[in-house]
Design a protein around this ligand. Structure first.
Ligand SMILES: [Zn+2]
Length: 97
């Protein structure tokens, strides 16, 4: 069975998610969490205290929506932080790993 918090290639192999560790290696320490139930979202959540092997999409499991109390959440890298860093003159990196 597929994990709903993972992306899969066309051939069905799981794509390794970003982790707190490789997020931090890019100078990023924050995520944003969305609630699928009510649409509430919160950005700028500091995750630098979490173990480096924690998958970014799994961070939402630790949270509950502050607005509706729901657990149907989604977490991803905080785009505000990403763009702030990018605009600050961060070098453009190749997307290939
Ligand atoms: Zn909610």
């Amino acid at each position: 069975m597929r994990n709903p918090r993972r992306a899969y290639n066309r051939d069905g192999t799981m794509i390794q998610p970003e982790t707190v560790g490789n997020h931090a290696a890019n100078g990023l320490h924050r995520v944003q969490i969305y609630c699928h139930t009510c649409g509430h979202s919160k950005a700028g959540i500091d995750v630098s205290h979490l173990p480096p092997e924690t998958a970014i999409p799994d961070i939402c499991l630790r949270y509950r929506c502050s607005q509706c109390g729901g657990k149907n959440l989604m977490s991803r890298g905080c785009s505000n932080e990403f763009y702030a860093r990018f605009e600050a003159g961060g070098k453009k990196k190749d997307a290939s790993a």
